[in-house]
Design a protein around this ligand. Structure first.
Ligand code: NAD
Length: 476
């Protein structure tokens, strides 16, 4: 059996269980155990017991299990997506995309399992060397609520293929999709103890994971401040860390851009997943020459977006995932209004009343002429609020784009090669899109610089990050 560990004492139900509720309706969906450090220790024992057997399998054998799991996920994608929408809030269409994305990741890693990166180095008369990649051992994944399915895939795909065993801690508001996927992996042939899900809070389960001496790598995705705490806790332990943290991605639209395409890019880039995406467009800079026409079209599109329960057809934005997330966004917009730091062109308020209560809905919001000191430009806006500013030239756009402690992604909308090169060379980010934003297929490395994090997910680099090289030197 795949282990699913959490607090098991049902005597004090409130103390021992986490209730999962639909953020669109407040309806109770299910409950999961509120785990403790003892549960983490038991999961580590299970992973430790499974490590030898899993490591001994060939990469192709492990890849076949991932491939089989991907096929089962595809078969059941509608059921998994339904669970994801219910617990997270996103429109069902986006949940289906995300579940298919998870299958894509497993298939990608299954596909590269046939390609060994081990090497032989011949040193003439001194000898020959063989460099092999070995798994790290027990790795942990701590994941957030915004894209719980895809982020689980980003971590377990390369980690399991490389031969590691794992503990995974989902966020407290979105544990159900991950548990469902773990059951599918088990059906696909993943041996007991190879993947262990421990549900619970960050303070109890998350910290116990980071502090456990047998866990040799932690891959964390979440808030910048949590990432810093984890880095401090792991300091001096020699544990490897991948930190995928926040972002404040700029989007630059130049005067030669296809305006309609760029408007649609901004809509998807900002409002997908109700704006709760790490690489969402969080600051939009438009060239003066096209700013009026662009903003007029954008405003119309923002006003046309349909907000509601993600399970209903035709919905563009679901609720925010929690009351706290909505309060934070509402607080940032209220600050801007109170301090006259910008002009609200659309939205700008929580959506309440019989159509929306008790869901955590917020109106798609467009704000123009935002002052440099505003929180909207200096903090991560993790919700459906888009600040748009006009700029006189590319140099100003690049300077403003770089005015951030983050460096996750950025995009430029242009047909000019020289503009593209200038942005690519000068904007500080882990990925620069041209006439695109947000797209992250499994093949390309993904991750940030500066306070957006350390390390890369996806692609062959992620696989390498879950392994260590070991060298055999043969002296003849
Ligand atoms: P969060 O940091 O609050 O929580 C993330 C996970 O960490 C959860 O499972 C949580 O329970 C756990 N956690 C909380 N405190 C902990 C602690 N002290 N020790 C160990 N674990 C702890 O983040 P969130 O609000 O769930 O996620 C939103 C953030 O994630 C945003 O900043 C977003 O930009 C970022 N994000 C980044 C990426 C990326 O790839 N760079 C992707 C998605 C989301």
């Amino acid at each position: 059996m795949l282990m699913r560990i959490g607090g098991t004492d049902t005597a004090g139900i409130d103390e021992y269980w986490i209730e999962v509720k639909n953020p669109a309706t407040g309806t109770f969906i299910d409950r999961v155990p509120s785990g403790t450090s003892e549960d983490v220790a038991r999961a580590v024992e299970a992973a430790d017991a499974a490590t030898g057997g899993w490591k001994k399998k060939t990469m192709r054998e492990r890849g076949m299990i991932l491939f089989h799991a991907a096929a089962l996920v595809r078969e059941q994608h509608k059921d998994i997506a339904q669970v994801l929408t219910e617990e997270q809030g996103k429109p069902l269409r986006e949940a289906i995309d995300e579940v298919r994305g998870f299958a894509n990741i497993l298939e990608y890693y299954a596909g590269i399992s046939a390609r060994s990166s081990d090497e032989t180095i011949r040193l003439g008369t001194s000898g020959d060397c063989m460099v092999v990649h070995e798994p790290i051992g027990i790795c942990a994944a701590i994941i957030p609520w915004n894209m719980p399915v895809i982020i689980m895939g980003w971590k377990i795909g390369p980690a399991l293929l490389a031969g590691n065993t794992m503990l995974l801690k989902p966020a407290s508001t979105t544990p159900l999709s991950g548990l469902k996927l773990a059951t599918i992996l088990e059906k696909a042939g993943l041996p007991p103890g190879v993947l262990n899900i421990v549900t619970g809070s960050g303070e109890s389960v998350g910290e116990a994971i980071v502090r456990h001496p047998l866990i040799r790598k932690v891959s964390f995705t979440g808030d910048c401040s949590t990432g810093k705490k984890i880095q401090a806790m792991a300091s001096g332990t020699g544990k490897e860390l991948t930190l995928e943290l926040g972002g404040s991605d700029p989007m630059i639209v130049m005067d030669d851009a296809d305006i309609d395409r760029a408007v649609e890019g901004a809509i998807r880039g900002r409002f997908y997943n109700t704006g709760q995406t790490c690489t969402a467009v969080k600051r939009l800079y438009v060239h003066d020459k096209i700013a009026d026409a662009f903003v007029k079209k954008l405003q119309k599109r923002v006003e046309s977006l349909k907000v509601g329960n993600g399970l209903e057809p035709g919905i563009d934005l679901g609720p925010m995932n929690s009351a706290g997330q909505r309060e934070r966004i509402a607080g940032m917009v209220t600050d801007l209004i109170d301090k006259a730091e910008g002009a609200i062109l659309a939205g700008g308020c929580s959506l309440t009343g019989p159509m929306f209560d008790p869901g955590y809905f917020y109106s798609p919001t467009l704000v123009s002429d935002v002052r440099p000191g505003s929180r909207l430009l200096n903090e991560e806006i993790f919700g459906p609020v888009l600040p748009v500013m006009s700029v006189p030239d590319l140099e100003t756009a690049i300077r403003e784009a770089n005015r951030s402690r983050y460096g996750l992604g950025a995009s430029v909308w242009t047909n000019n090669l020289a503009t593209t090169k200038q942005v690519f060379d000068q904007v500080h980010a882990g990925i620069i899109w041209v006439n695109r934003h947000l797209t992250v297929p499994p093949e390309i490395p993904f991750g940030g610089i500066n306070e957006s994090g350390i390390g890369r997910e996806n692609g062959s680099r992620a696989l390498e990050s879950y392994s260590r090289t070991k060298t055999l030197f043969l002296g003849w």
